[in-house]
Write a protein that binds this ligand. Sequence first.
Ligand code: NAD
Length: 512
Amino acid sequence: MTRTGSTAAGTAAADVRIAVDNPATGAVIGHVEDMTAEAVASSVARARRAQQDWARLGFRKRAALFTSAQRWMLAHRQEITDSVVEENGKAEEDAIVEVVYCVAAFSYWAKHARRLLAQTKVRSLSPFVLGRGMYTRREPLGVVGVIGPWNNPLINSFGDAIPALAAGNAVVLKPSEHTPLTALLMERMARECGWPRDVFQVVTGAGGTGQALADTADFVMFTGSTATGRAVAARAGERLVPCSLELGGKDALVVLADASVERAVNVAIHGALFNGGQTCTSVERVYVEAPVYDAFVARLRERFHEVGVGRSAGLGSTDVGAMTFPPQLDTVEDHVQDAVKRGARVLAGGHRVDGSGRFFEPTLLVDVDHSMKCMRDETFGPTLPVMKVGNAEEAVRLVNDSSYGLQASVIGSDISRARRVAERLEVGCVTINDAQTNYMALGLPMGGWKGSGLGVRHGAEGIRKYTRTQAISVNRFPMRRDPHMLPFDASSYRFILRMVTALYGRRRSRTK
Ligand code: NAD
């Protein structure tokens, strides 16, 4: 059965439609509108009107609406999971992670939004503001435009809408044109849960629709490739609206000599092959200290041969699903062939899978180096290149030899040593003895350095970014005239200088 997506924005461009296929079978499963800039502008205008009442509703009532949405998701979890699996081609287990994330996110932001956005008292010792009461408060920005990629149709799109809504913004979401159907299901959820009309809308379409959203929203929350992220940031810069960019990665895993080989192998396999390797935080390269290299590679090779690849037909039916985005198969194949041409050896996999659907064999590469694409460019597929290093020092240098800086992992038994290594890595997040797990810790900021992005999702900053700060200073007991007001009076200034010397001149400033 094919599905036809219609959005709350209407049918302004209903004659221009995008076909959505199931990457595991190649069958067309639905069509969506490729919405015009006018249709997007009209959605944003309606969202802007709806936002004012949404902000006035307050944290408690918004939290209650989140609770009904959470219950809806739990009641419809199989329908949502099936939708993600169908349009993205991933394993059912990968899709369940997305549903669980959103269910937990509703609770997290409902519980913490008010505290994280609360007013803050500010004190100052400046003689020019003596006696003033000062505080900061936060206001929602208005309409947040969320633009998402195809690899996680739910968490990297709708997941980022949840804190924006919790802060009192309206959200217009533009999912990837390759996986738009689950976002439309979330629009249905908002309707069925009685959310105020137009507070959450989905606009469907390709890059032009995303650009139109970046041209009109009051904040752009973008997740996608570094190249598109730069274009979105440039546009946000021209319009002087804030944006947050979650971009590509080339995440490294460092195996220290004292690591448990079994744990290191399990973390490496899961980190590299979860979601078919199509995760911004996939482990895309491994550096192993020489003393454990042979044992690690031997065990990893055995385990790679145990991994199943194919179409998901329910829980436990496959480990690695399909390649969602057709050109990605070519990129993965190109990285493997380039590595082999430059001297790498393939210990498992190495080829596309014949037949219907888009699949690539889980592929293990050794004898790799930094002249190869597989060690420098984002592969975004089920491959894992492994390199031997003399020591942790060399591993740190190689991890940092990258234009990306999203995440990294360090595996080792001596936690102090692992932490010392972690703190030298030029990445936004590091997991020790784990990979990827931190995404599920909503209190922990997650964001990339260097070419991997700007800003963070999750944590205090993950919701404060959706607000603007107003600073208020109150002079509750105003005198007729302050000592430093015009016309100048020499004695007042001598007094101010004596005060400043007493405050700052004699004692060393204390740090808190
Ligand atoms: P992409 O950049 O091609 O597209 C992302 C979204 O941007 C899509 O919805 C697309 O339609 C839209 N878009 C395209 N051109 C646009 C423009 N000019 N203005 C505004 N929007 C535009 O990325 P993709 O191929 O869909 O996703 C894969 C990439 O996403 C990978 O690089 C991956 O690492 C990255 N990613 C990053 C994170 C993270 O949290 N850092 C998470 C998931 C994916």
